[in-house]
Design a protein around this ligand. Structure first.
Ligand SMILES: [Zn+2]
Length: 98
């Protein structure tokens, strides 16, 4: 369903479903920030408390970890949100015609 890293393809390769409805917006990003923040900050705190390493060790471990966790979760989470949007027929709110 993707065309490139996170841009959505125009339609499904398998069943031809039109992905014009798909608009996850900032949804994937906020979940990635919350989950990655929890993982990375928690791990950094754990390492600091357990080993008290110098600052450059934190940089060396947690900058790459942050990148891997964020980039690794972005695409699957976007897929999940689009699937949920489709399943629940979620769309932008509109005023009813008078
Ligand atoms: Zn399909």
């Amino acid at each position: 369903m993707f065309h490139g890293f996170i841009s959505v393809a125009p339609k499904c390769d398998v069943c031809g479903l039109d992905f014009a409805f798909a608009d996850a917006g900032d949804g994937p990003a906020i979940f990635v920030m919350l989950i990655a923040g929890f993982i990375v900050v928690g791990a950094a705190l754990g390492v600091e408390i357990a080993y008290e390493p110098p600052f450059w060790v934190h940089l060396l471990i947690f900058l790459p970890l942050t990148l891997v966790v964020c980039l690794g979760m972005l695409r699957p989470l976007k897929g999940v949100l689009i699937a949920l949007q489709y399943r629940n027929k979620a769309e932008q709110g509109r005023l009813r015609d008078p």
